[in-house]
Design a protein around this ligand. Structure first.
Ligand code: HEM
Length: 339
């Protein structure tokens, strides 16, 4: 799949960098937090070299985020006490971008609390005074949210807890940022099965409360999703829900093209100025027909789906087509692998 055309190369890159999330043939929830920045080798390539990841989808995903925000401004909210954290997040993300993509991004500190930010991929050359909104064309979270593919959540830490008090989330996987705004980390995870008895969420919270600046952590989460839409927010359920609920009616070729393995790479960083926690969610998707071309992925995903307990499949929203996905993957002879 070395591909001569731009589109072919982009597709091959997406497969090479896909964060296939399973290290064994079964899956259970776990805290699964580990240090960020350490690459993970997969059957097709590797992922995880950096906190932020720009790929060929950059322009399209940012255009989609813009369109979603235009239709539904509730996807970005900053409670008043979090305004300093939004600046902190913006500067931290600029530093990450500049460190990871020095050919196209640069952040220069100038005298008197001023900065110059350049993002040549977006045609941006912007001077600003840290903390002064009149020096930016948009609010800081909107400005930086238009330059990273990651969704951004900012958590305030107070009284030994974490609260989701700001963010810019356009690509939620079956939840609503607007609904969760102001809720605690424990409240938000209330509906997740199993994690309370097993202590997964309280352990995660303990770790997050002790997070140190400059020592980012990461984890993955996954699901199956229909249609390849990035925006699976509760708000747009009428747009994507019916397609999901009718997926059992389609023929095999359509099933393989429509059902996607959806993986989130989630990073957690302590912001240096405000002490808030920044949670970044980067969403990757590949259709089953592409997963099936990579034999170890095809076999492992089939095994994981076949073994997954009913309550977890239910919560993830694919009970109705889980067995069909297992059969589809199992029936599929490997038609080649990615070089
Ligand atoms: C869902 C664990 C961080 C927001 C979940 C699920 C797990 C989990 C196991 C169920 C996912 C599924 O079945 O697909 C963790 C762990 C974390 C963490 C171990 C450690 C850092 C966060 C943070 C946020 C967050 C920082 C902040 C917004 C959510 C939301 C859901 C979710 C909104 C969906 C809940 C719903 O259905 O309404 N999380 N999470 N998580 N998590 Fe987390």
């Amino acid at each position: 799949m070395s591909g001569g055309s731009g589109a072919g190369t982009a597709a091959a890159d997406r497969i090479r960098a896909f964060p296939f999330p399973f290290a064994q043939d079964s899956y259970r929830y776990s805290t699964n937090l580990g240090p960020a920045g350490q690459p993970v080798q997969t059957s097709t390539g590797r992922w995880g070299d950096s906190v932020l990841h720009i790929d060929a989808g950059y322009a399209a995903e940012l255009a989609e985020r813009r369109a979603i925000l235009g239709r539904d401004p509730s996807r970005m909210q900053v409670l008043p006490h979090m305004r300093p954290a939004a600046w902190d997040a913006m500067l931290t993300l600029m530093q990450e971008l500049a460190a990871t993509y020095p050919d196209t991004m640069a952040l220069h500190r100038e005298p008197a609390g001023r900065f110059r930010w350049t993002n040549r991929r977006r045609g941006i050359d912007q001077r600003f005074s840290y903390g002064d909104p009149s020096t930016l064309p948009q609010a800081p979270l909107a400005f930086i949210g238009d330059q990273v593919q990651e969704d951004i959540v900012l958590l305030d830490q107070r009284e030994g807890q974490l609260f989701v008090d700001a963010g810019l989330v356009c690509f939620a996987s079956n939840w609503s940022f607007g609904f969760d705004l102001g809720m605690s980390f424990l409240e938000i995870h209330g509906p997740v099965p199993r994690v309370h008895d097993t202590g997964v969420i309280t352990r995660a919270q303990q770790l997050l409360l002790r997070l140190q600046p400059d020592v980012p952590y990461r984890r993955t989460n996954w699901s199956l999703a229909v249609g390849g839409h990035l925006d699976l927010s509760t708000e747009t359920y009428p747009e994507w829900g019916p397609g999901r609920d009718r997926i059992h009616e389609v023929d095999d070729a359509t099933f393989g093209a429509e059902v996607h393995l959806r993986v989130e790479v989630q990073h957690l960083l302590r912001l240096p100025e405000t002490g808030c926690v920044m949670f970044l969610i980067r969403t990757y998707q590949l259709p089953l027909e592409v997963i099936a071309e990579v034999q170890p992925w095809r076999e492992r995903l089939a095994a994981v789906l076949a073994e997954l307990p009913e309550d977890m499949a239910d919560y993830k929203g694919f009970t109705a087509y889980r067995n069909r996905a297992v059969d589809w993957l199992s029936d599929r002879a490997a038609s080649g692998s990615v070089d």
